[in-house]
Design a protein around this ligand. Structure first.
Ligand code: CTP
Ligand code: MG
Length: 609
């Protein structure tokens, strides 16, 4: 197995392959592989040439060699000729196959790499909307159809032209009239295949769409299997899947039926052609117009010319699947990438961390405002807490800072510079985010902690970070410690453990601005207390945004912002807000009462606190 792929596979920009004319697109995709492609066709041409020559040799053998008195002298040469031609034909077919495989697999390899890279660079907005199953489908099945286009149809076109020219030339040399009669089949085949072309295109498109839908259903049900089980919805999901699956079956059958409707038609037309040709040639032999040898050669060559014509029909019809997949793939390639390095302001010393929002409005979808006129100022090193009911826009506010989304109006500055002037890559290096829903890769715990740090990290550093995030002791109980795999083939972490691994990762990253989006939501109060120290250390000297639901977590913040329906409804320190009354105080009193009652209850049952 070759583990060192060619470097060009990663560095090639396929953007220019997205054009209106799909054949031009295919041609551009072949950049760098065109010589291989033409090599494949040329070797194929040579193989056909030798095949054609062997039929002419038959004619020589029957018409001339057999008539000679010293046949035994000629015979070895003729035999040698047949063997030699067969060997040459075989050898060139083999080379052609190799070159074809290299072209098609090479183009597909590069396309897959490009798609993977491209998809990772698309915007958050795009990923919010696009279904994962659909993307997977296009990167696998559709790319594979394109690969088949190159290995079968693109090569097939060259092959058919060559076979046609060589064999038609040979037929002409035998008998002009016979040769012309032999290609009467061409127009009806082309008409029939064009007729089927559009229908098959449509059927294939419908099939791929349904296939993508099924992938999405499968992918969603696999990631959401807990919800399905918890709500005992297996039967509903099964019926839904069966419905979708049946639709795929129906469309697949429809597609195959269309194919199988096409083949017999071409076979009948071609069969009639062969029968007609053979009969006509037989009459010519009886006439004495052509010799028996010529007849035998004609019989072989006719098959050699009918086959490519018949294949031409199949090829035109098959080509439609490649074209549909090309469209589906270029739909993704056409999407603009999120520019990571655009923006001229890139201070070398890192950010100080002064953040100013003034009159910021933002929306995910046109005309459905999510944030309206948000204004606040944070000094370097301060902590801001964001509080508010679910859906009030807290996550949206903090997602603007690393430029995950662009705000609609107003201005956001960091250290006095408009956010749009900072390259996204730089900002994301300076801002650490602990997301609301922590995600870990199916890699080792160590790899997850050091993810994105961008430098060599010593074991001591990793352990220190894990200790600070109060997750070191948990990790040490796993069989392989820090080298334990997370997920499918390894340990399964609880929500709180995952969150703390992500915290450790962020600690290591050492960002200037820190965003903790409900970072302690999956952690019980006791653990939260134990990592509060770690969190406070983490927030020390950095500008921090903390989203939380427990007032206990946020009461020491320098500024508390209370959100409601995309507006800031209250702002101030804990004491100021308590004095103000309103939503903050209501929530505070409610939470204190619940905690007091809980404590009393636990005390009355006699549980150790
Ligand atoms: N929203 C959206 N598209 C997204 C994310 C959110 O349209 N990709 C909408 C949500 O429907 C919601 C609003 O934006 O109405 C605010 O969402 P968010 O900022 O995520 O709310 P939070 O305050 O973070 O809510 P929670 O406490 O539940 O996390
Ligand atoms: Mg949120």
């Amino acid at each position: 197995m070759n583990s060192n792929p060619p470097a060009q596979a990663y560095q090639f920009d396929l953007k220019h392959a997205v054009t209106k004319n799909r054949f031009v697109g295919f041609w551009r995709m072949m950049t760098g592989f065109r010589w291989l492609y033409f090599g494949a066709i040329a070797t194929l041409g040579l193989a056909s040439l030798f095949s054609m020559l062997s039929f002419l040799l038959i004619r020589y053998f029957v018409d001339e060699a057999l008539q000679q008195p010293d046949l035994h002298n000629v015979l070895p040469y003729v035999a040698l000729g047949f063997v030699g031609l067969a060997l040459l034909q075989g050898a060139f077919s083999f080379f052609s196959g190799r070159l074809t495989a290299q072209t098609a697999e090479g183009v597909a390899l590069r396309l897959r790499n490009y798609m993977f890279d491209h998809i990772q660079h698309l915007t958050f907005t795009y990923h919010d909307k696009m279904q994962t199953g659909e993307l997977i489908q296009r990167c696998t099945s559709d790319v594979d159809t394109i690969r088949r286009f190159f290995s079968e149809q693109a090569i097939g076109v060259g092959r058919i032209i060559i076979l046609f020219v060589i064999n038609f030339g040979a037929l002409l040399s035998l008998h002009v009239g016979l040769a012309l009669v032999s290609i009467l089949v061409l127009p009806p085949i082309i008409i029939a295949s064009l007729f089927f072309f559009r229908r098959v295109s449509k059927a294939w498109e419908a099939y791929q769409e349904q296939d993508a839908k099924l992938s999405t259903t499968l992918q969603e049900n696999l990631s959401g299997v807990r919800v399905v089980k918890a709500f005992a919805r297996q039967e509903y999901e099964r019926n839904k899947f069966e419905g979708d699956n049946y639709e795929k079956f129906r469309r697949g059958r429809n597609f195959m039926l269309m194919h199988s409707g096409f083949w017999p038609i071409t076979d009948i037309i071609c069969g009639a052609q062969i029968l007609g040709g053979y009969t006509l040639a037989a009459f010519l032999v009886m006439d004495g117009t052509i010799t028996i040898g010529t007849y035998l050669a004609y019989a072989g060559l006719l098959m050699n010319i009918i086959n490519p014509i018949r294949n031409l029909g199949r090829l035109i019809v098959h080509m439609s699947t490649g074209l549909v997949s090309f469209d589906r793939v270029s739909e993704i390639m056409r999407e603009a990438r999120e520019p990571l390095t655009e923006g001229q302001h890139q201070p070398t010393g890192g950010l100080r961390g002064e953040v100013v929002f003034s009159n910021v409005s933002f929306e995910y979808e046109p005309d459905t405002p999510v944030l309206e006129n948000i204004s606040f100022t944070v000094k370097p090193g301060q902590t801001v807490a964001l509080l508010g009911s679910t859906g009030s826009g807290k996550t949206s506010v903090v997602s603007l800072l690393p430029r995950f989304y662009d705000y609609k109006s107003g201005s956001i500055t960091i250290d006095g510079v408009e956010l749009r002037d900072y390259p996204r890559k730089y900002l994301r290096g300076q801002i650490g985010v602990v997301e609301q829903e922590p995600f870990l890769f199916s890699r080792t715990i160590r790899e997850n902690i050091t993810y994105g740090v961008g430098r060599e990290v010593s074991d001591d550093e990793v352990i220190a970070a894990a200790q600070a995030a109060a997750v070191h002791d948990v990790i040490m109980t796993f069989p392989d410690g820090y080298n334990t795999l997370v997920g499918e083939r390894g340990v399964t972490l609880s929500g709180g453990q995952k969150q703390r691994v992500v915290l450790a990762r962020t600690l290591l990253k050492d960002p200037r601005i820190l965003i903790l989006d409900d970072a302690t939501s999956s952690v019980d109060a006791e653990t939260e207390d134990s990592i509060r120290g770690a969190l406070l250390r983490l927030m020390q000297g950095r500008t921090s945004f903390v989203i939380a639901h427990r007032i206990q977590t946020v009461m020491h913040a320098d500024l508390i912002l209370v959100f409601d329906k995309g507006h800031i409804v209250q702002r101030g320190t804990h004491d100021e807000l308590l004095a103000q009354g309103g939503m903050y105080r209501r929530v505070y009193e409610l939470q204190s009462r619940i905690e007091d009652e809980l404590e009393k209850e636990i005390a009355s049952v006699g549980l150790p606190l």
